[in-house]
Design a protein around this ligand. Structure first.
Ligand SMILES: NC(=O)c1ccc[n+]([C@@H]2O[C@H](COP(=O)([O-])OP(=O)(O)OC[C@H]3O[C@@H](n4cnc5c(N)ncnc54)[C@H](OP(=O)(O)O)[C@@H]3O)[C@@H](O)[C@H]2O)c1
Length: 282
């Protein structure tokens, strides 16, 4: 599993170990993705059956500004993983994103032709192509708005809300971005279940609620019992972000639901899990 210091990587590793799998985390120290030789060496030492590739440069505005680095890490890095896995006979599970879509007509099913709005989205799409063209057995799991908590993890949308609202600070939150907030723990379980079910191709897995970021923020404020007036509604074009964001995004998860026999976790339950892990509730 790559990206062992990231949010999803930690959750996948913990979940796999909890299931008794012989799982090992690969961090940037073990293998810098843009270095094909380092990737090959790290994987040849482990000779894995499966590599869950969660590592990526996930800074959307950073990718827009430094396109060369974004391409080297997210596309070439993924190609290095896919090529080494083909050589060693391992399956790749690649974590991709709703940002491969432009957000005009979401929520999106797996069959919709991608059309990214920003460079991060293009690089994640390039990673999909590298993985799917490398072996028919490989799997791409598309997800979105990941949140969750783990010791020392870098911030995400929900943690950012919690940190600011707790301190009584006002936050600007967009009212025009729709999507499915996804608890990383729930996604980690789903990724391993999809693997056990022998899936290949593209499968969407994202949270069970289709909300705006503003609605998510109101829910978080309500749960903390803080003044909802701290949340200042804004439009995306008022934020002046470097990279464009898909607005009406979202992922349809029917394929995953049919395979797994369950609905993805909704936001309220996911928030409860997060607060419990942080020692705030429960
Ligand atoms: N976050 C979201 O909302 C979201 C939504 C949809 C899809 N995804 C996808 O889901 C996956 C996991 O996301 P996440 O939120 O868990 O990401 P994250 O917390 O940002 O973690 C990214 C991981 O990738 C590693 N990494 C970055 N650049 C690297 C490089 N050049 N060489 C080796 N490792 C490198 C990081 O290592 P360091 O700690 O050393 O930097 C970290 O372990 C990503 O593929 C992302 O594209 C995320």
């Amino acid at each position: 599993m790559t990206g062992s210091t990231g949010l999803l990587g930690r959750k996948v590793l913990r979940t796999a170990l909890g299931r008794g799998w012989d799982a090992v985390g690969i961090s940037r120290k073990d293998a810098e993705l843009s270095d094909g030789g380092a990737v090959r060496k790290a994987l040849s030492k482990l000779s894995p059956d499966v590599v869950v590739h969660t590592a990526a440069w996930t800074d959307v505005d950073g990718c827009e500004k430094d396109r060369e680095r974004a391409w080297m890490v997210n596309v070439e890095g993924t190609r290095h993983i896919a090529e080494a896995c083909r050589e060693f006979g391992a399956k790749v599970v690649y974590i991709s994103t709703d940002y491969v879509f432009d957000g005009r007509y979401g929520p999106y099913g797996e069959e919709v032709l991608p059309h990214p709005l920003n460079y991060y989205g293009w690089t994640k799409l390039g990673g999909e192509v590298a993985v799917l063209s490398s072996s028919e057995g490989n799997l791409v799991v598309r997800t979105m708005v990941l949140y969750g908590w783990a010791e020392g993890v870098r911030s995400n949308f929900v943690l950012w809300l919690l940190e600011n609202l707790w301190e009584g600070r006002r936050v600007k939150v967009v009212t025009d971005q729709w999507g499915n907030p996804t608890l990383a723990d729930d996604l980690a379980e789903a990724v391993l279940d999809l693997l056990e079910a022998g899936c290949s191709g593209i499968v969407n897995y994202a949270g069970g609620d289709f909300w705006t970021r503003y609605e998510m923020a109101l829910e978080v404020a309500g749960r903390l019992g803080v003044d909802q007036g701290l949340i200042v509604p804004v439009r995306t074009d008022q934020l002046g972000q470097v990279a464009k964001r898909p607005l009406r995004s979202g992922l349809k998860t029917w394929r995953a639901e049919e395979i797994l026999g369950r609905r993805p976790m909704g936001f309220r339950k996911g928030l409860t899990c997060t607060l419990t892990q942080m020692g705030v509730e429960g």
